[in-house]
Design a protein around this ligand. Sequence first.
Ligand code: PGA
Length: 257
Amino acid sequence: MTRRPYIVGNWKMHGTRAMLSEARAIDRAAQRHMKVEVALAPPYTLIHPIHREAEQIAVGAQDCHHAEGGAFTGDISAAMIADAGAKFVILGHSERRTGHGEVDAMVRAKAESALAAGLRIIMCCGESAETRESGKAVAFVNEQLKASLPLPTAMPADVAERLTVAYEPIWAVGSGTPATPADIGEMHAAIRALLIDLFGVEQGAEVRILYGGSVKPENAGEIFAVPEVGGALIGGASLTADSFMGIALAASEPFEN
Ligand code: PGA
């Protein structure tokens, strides 16, 4: 890992104000793990309260609408989440692609809108079990990413600062079984090659590539030891400070695991 490991919690649709104490505990623990960049993406309703209290962690959103504003009942724009204190947004998560019919072009439009609002983006990609079994996982993820990322001309000059990619095989998310280190290594190498192709050697080499899908404190060490793994996007295990920071600890000592 060339840059600081990046450990991001995705709380999904979990958390009321009762969870603020957990966010506080995560923030306090993050101050003791400065070698690791820790961030949290709670539901929209908790962005502002966590942002107000957090001293160390960045707060982000799990999605945003692609338009700046207008007649879109129930939607939230990138500028609105930025106004609430979000510094980044997760885009193209498989639960949005499958559950809300988000296609690549829509994800790209959201990404461009988020960048224009000054946010950093975590762009998710990942194949289904069927695609992996058919041997086409690398080709699929390559195409999905190419079609979902903002066009290189729409990327700001500081690509490496503003963009993170998260590889999350759909079958590994929430299943309890992460991808094998060999499969993660193969996919991350392919994503790195694509990023260099799109954004040039200097910028493309610096963009962090996270792994996501059933990361736990017990398996984090071997995942972080895989080349080109720059951190993790964590769902279930980010809901308590204990398990989430157990993963951050593994990221701060990757070679001792
Ligand atoms: P999980 O979710 O850690 O619960 O598998 C990861 C994600 O969906 O980002």
